[in-house]
Design a binder for this molecule. Structure first.
Ligand code: HXC
Length: 258
C-alpha cells in the first residue's frame, strides 16, 4: 500500500507507525485509518515483527476524528458507509502487543486510539481528553467503554461530560498510561520497551494479550456496539452539525437544545 498519511518502518523486531498529518494535528480521516489498518495487519502477519508502536508528532498524537471530513455526513451515510468506524475493528484484531507513544494532544478519537492499544507511554507534554461533548458528539471508538475500565467511572464521567483534559501525570496517576517520560525520550523509551517485549516468546505474548483482554471482552463487545449506534445517531442531530461547523468556523457553537 502507498502510505500518504502515516510513516512506517521497522526497528529490529518492532514495527513503528507514525501518524503523519501534522497540519491537521493528525486528525483521523478514513484514508489515514485505512492506512493504519493495513500497516497493523501487515506487521501482525510478519513473522519478523514481535511488537508494534504507534506514535504521532510532537504537538499531537492525534486530535481526534477529522471534523472537517465528517461535518456534513448524515446518519444514514455514516451507517451505510461505516465512515469513521470501519477501521477501528482492525486494531482489535491485532494479536501482537501494540504500544502507543503519546506526545501532545490525544483527543477524541486520538485518545480512543491510545486506549485501544495495549500499553500507553506518555511524554510529559501529553494531554488526554474526550471533548466530543463540545461538538454535541460522543466518543464513538470505544472511549465510553474503555475509559471507565481504565480510570473508573467517576473520572471517566468527568472527562466525557465536561471535556476535562488530563495531563500526562494525571493520566499516569489514574491508570490510563503505564509510564511518563520526558518528551525527548518518548520514542526511544517506547522502542526500548517494545524491543524488550518483542524478545519474548510471541505465542506466549499473544496468549497473555488475549487473556488480559478476555477479562471484560464479552461486555466490551456489547458496549462498543451500543456506543457505535449512539454515535451514528448523533449525525441525525442539528446540534452535532452545528458543533462541528462552529469548530471549523472558529466560533462558539449555538446549540438548539441546551
Ligand atoms: C479536523 C482538526 C482537528 C480535528 C485540529 N484540526 N483538530 N481538523 N479534525 N479533530 C485542525 C484545525 O482546524 C487547524 O486547521 C489545525 O488542525 C490546527 O488546529 P488548531 O485548533 O489551530 O490548534 P490549537 O489552537 O493548538 O488547538 C489544538 C486543539 C484543537 C486543542 C487540539 O485543534 C481542538 O480542539 N481540536 C479538536 C479536538 C476535538 O474536538 N476532537 C474530537 C473530534 S470528534 P487550520 O486549517 O485552521 O490550520 C471525535 C469523535 C470520534 O474524535 C468518533 C469515532 C472515531
Amino acid at each position: 500500500m502507498d502510505y500518504r498519511n502515516i510513516l512506517v518502518r521497522t526497528e529490529a523486531r518492532v514495527g513503528l507507525v507514525t501518524l503523519n498529518r501534522p497540519r491537521q494535528l493528525n486528525a483521523l480521516n478514513d484514508a489515514l485509518m485505512d492506512e493504519l489498518g493495513a500497516a497493523l495487519l501487515g506487521f501482525d502477519a510478519d513473522p519478523a515483527i514481535g511488537a508494534i508502536v504507534i506514535t504521532g508528532g510532537d504537538k499531537a498524537f492525534a486530535a481526534g476524528a477529522d471534523i472537517e471530513a465528517m461535518a456534513d455526513w448524515d446518519c444514514m451515510q455514516v451507517q451505510e458507509r461505516q465512515f469513521i468506524t470501519r477501521n477501528w475493528e482492525t486494531l482489535r484484531q491485532v494479536r501482537k502487543p501494540v504500544l502507543a507513544a503519546v506526545a501532545g494532544y490525544a483527543m477524541g478519537g486520538g485518545c480512543e486510539l491510545a486506549l485501544g492499544c495495549d500499553i500507553v507511554i506518555a511524554a510529559e507534554s501529553a494531554q488526554f481528553a474526550l471533548p466530543e461533548i463540545k461538538l454535541a458528539m460522543l466518543p464513538g471508538a470505544g472511549g465510553t467503554q474503555r475509559l471507565p475500565r481504565a480510570i473508573g467511572k467517576a473520572k471517566a464521567m468527568d472527562m466525557c461530560l465536561s471535556a476535562r483534559a488530563l495531563t500526562a501525570q494525571e493520566a499516569d496517576r489514574y491508570g490510563l498510561v503505564s509510564r511518563v517520560v520526558p518528551d525527548e525520550q518518548l520514542l526511544d523509551a517506547a522502542l526500548a520497551l517494545a524491543t524488550r517485549i518483542a524478545g519474548f516468546s510471541l505465542p506466549a505474548l499473544m496468549a497473555i494479550k488475549e487473556c488480559v483482554n478476555r477479562a471484560d471482552q464479552g461486555a466490551l463487545d456489547e458496549g462498543i456496539l451500543f456506543e457505535r449506534r449512539a454515535l451514528y445517531a448523533r449525525f441525525a442531530s442539528a446540534d452535532a452539525h452545528e458543533g462541528m461547523h462552529a469548530f471549523l468556523g472558529k466560533r462558539a457553537p449555538n446549540f438548539l437544545h441546551r
